[in-house]
Design a protein around this ligand. Sequence first.
Ligand code: SF4
Length: 261
Amino acid sequence: MESDNLTMDLNTGSGFVYRLGVGRSDMSAYITSLVDRALSDRRAAQPQRDYLGASRIGEPCERRLGFELTGVPVDDGREPTGRLLRIFDAGHVYENLSIGWLRLAGFDLRTHRRDGKQFGFSIASGRIRGHIDGVVVNGPSLGMPFPLLWEHKSASARSWTEFVKKGLEQWRPVYWVQAHLYMAYMELPHCLFTVVNKDTQELHHQLFPFDASVAQALSDKAVRVLLAAENNELPPRIAASPDFYLCRFCPYATRCWETAA
Ligand code: SF4
């Protein structure tokens, strides 16, 4: 079909969409960009944290934690992508699925208090706060030491297989230390850590006891970051060069390395 200087290919597979007049791939990218924008706007509308999230204290670099705590903006172009924000949302969906599956299997898994709020803690005059995924207070008699802190993650097949093979401490040390901090502040001596395989829906659970030395080291680190922020100081960098692998993925890298040490 031709009209003046416009040629439209109406053959099957051309990607032309009747009345819209744009190729399918253009339309798809446009719709996704609208979703990405909406997700970014939703994120931007959330109140800025003025506390150290307990889920972040396991982050290896104290300087990065200092940036996060004091609300320093990330480098230009380093905001989370729409895809990453969708991954976060998908994580909540998988978590709800796992909660339902464990309850169906007879585990008394509590995720919210009677007033509807998540279980959590607030310490250091509210400068450190955290929320836990849940507490398993009872369940099938497997000799499990109830009550248990319950934490959950979802992972790709490759990553999930690594978790099964190596265990939590080796697989994701950040989650390992985070779980210990939660056990300490929630006074729960054991943790059940569940990871669902996002590709196959396989489940794997690791049960482990509290290790006070892990929690203490993390608590000491949180105090150092808080004290630095109170004194308007930057905590030390984790590396001597911006080529360090953590720095290459850090959204504060430009700001960090342009600032005097
Ligand atoms: S660039 Fe490296 S040293 Fe600087 S805040 Fe990020 S991780 Fe830490």
